[in-house]
Design a binder for this molecule. Structure first.
Ligand code: NAD
Length: 342
């Protein structure tokens, strides 16, 4: 692989967070052309790449998938109707309808002669009984079975993983499947109900800083644990996996485990303020603890995500601050960056 100039790509869900970053990197690596597709109106895409073929299509529809895959050697499916825990716990049917996107994309890729297909799965496929302690043992790939994934969203992901496997076995379409663990970074959702913890906490701390009201709401008791992967590691991992010969689903996540309270500590120190935490136990909390065991990815790719939460949160916070304050410079880090660029 990696003769990029002879390859063509479809990024499904390119108007979203991860798809937007991935499309930028595919262009940078020299793909012959990149087609970006999303159901959202073009003005609502987080990133718009003028050098791509940009199309607004509903990929739940099979004919739309056939059009999207025409002439494409490499399909990257990042399209799904999803959000943070507040969204997926309250929109289970909507999450499961995303099964149409991956199913029709697989069929279209097969029929249009696509060579390789990437599917974005999730740590939400893992058996819930393995995630009941905050001090959790990191999840290995085998922990997806026996199946008891996150209701709705997780079942759709697990089913679609299996569909990918059988398209490889039965039709020879080469598939690559990554199970993402909480991805965060600039050019993503930070309000409106679909945002995830790093963006939501950044937004709340920024509101506290700019309003002077230093009290913020926290979902749960703050002692739930997670790992968070910065977007640059996510894109690098997708492309390393895509180029590899590893076709089984694999963890793509950071193994730096933190409590939500520790995530708030980091955000406070970036913002330079202390907040008062109002814990709300009635809000959706998800599993008690979740971490990524990276033994397999290290063995398969000789690499694993390595960007620290401090560094990633600094960049994320700065971008959200910018969005919320129409370009005012957020922190010392951002000011230094602007000065060195000048
Ligand atoms: P996102 O919501 O920012 O992007 C998804 C994009 O898919 C959106 O722009 C949306 O408009 C588009 N989409 C939805 N329905 C569509 C349709 N019918 N046709 C065409 N486009 C459609 O989400 P993201 O964070 O970029 O996630 C990308 C993928 O990674 C998803 O499959 C998601 O389930 C998976 N994932 C993400 C995370 C994370 O932490 N961000 C974690 C695990 C898995």
């Amino acid at each position: 692989m990696s003769n990029y100039e002879q390859r063509t790509a479809l990024v499904a869900g390119a108007g979203g967070f991860i798809g937007g970053h991935l499309a930028a990197e595919l262009i940078r690596r020299g793909y012959s052309w990149v087609r970006c597709v999303d159901v959202k109106g073009f003005d609502d895409w987080y990133q718009q790449h003028d050098s791509c073929q940009n199309m607004v299509l509903d990929l739940r529809d099979k004919d739309a998938c056939l059009a999207a895959c025409q002439g494409v050697t490499d399909v990257f499916n990042l399209a799904a109707d999803m959000g943070g825990i507040g969204f997926i716990e309250n929109h289970k049917a909507e999450c499961m309808i995303s099964v149409l996107i991956n199913t029709h994309l697989l069929m279209a890729a097969r029929d249009q002669g696509t060579k390789r297909f990437f599917y974005s799965s999730s740590a939400c496929v893992y058996n819930a009984t393995k995630q009941v302690e905050a001090n959790v043992t990191a999840l290995v790939e085998e922990d997806a079975y026996p199946a008891m994934p996150e209701d709705g969203y997780g079942w759709e992901k697990l089913f679609s993983e299996r569909m990918c496997r059988h398209f490889q076995e039965d039709y020879g379409l080469e598939v690559r499947v990554a199970r993402f663990h909480n991805v965060y970074g600039p050019f993503g959702t930070f309000d409106g109900g679909r945002e995830k913890a790093p963006a939501a906490i950044s937004r709340k701390v920024i509101e506290a800083k700019t309003s002077g009201n230093h009290s913020i709401g926290v979902w749960g008791d703050g002692e739930q644990t997670r790992s968070f992967m910065y977007i640059d590691d996510c894109v690098e991992g997708i492309l390393r996996l895509f180029e590899s010969e590893h076709s089984e689903p694999i963890n793509l996540g950071s193994s730096e485990l933190v409590t939500i309270n520790q995530l708030i500590d980091i955000t406070e120190s970036i913002a330079g303020i202390q907040v008062e935490r109002e814990y709300d136990l009635s809000k959706p909390k998800g599993v008690r603890g979740r971490n990524s065991d990276n033994t397999q990815i290290q063995a398969a790719l000789g690499w694993q995500p390595g960007i620290s939460l401090e560094i990633g949160m600094q960049k994320t916070f700065d971008w959200i601050f910018d969005q919320m304050t129409s370009g005012e410079t957020a922190t010392a880090f951002e000011r230094e960056k602007a000065q060195s660029a000048a």
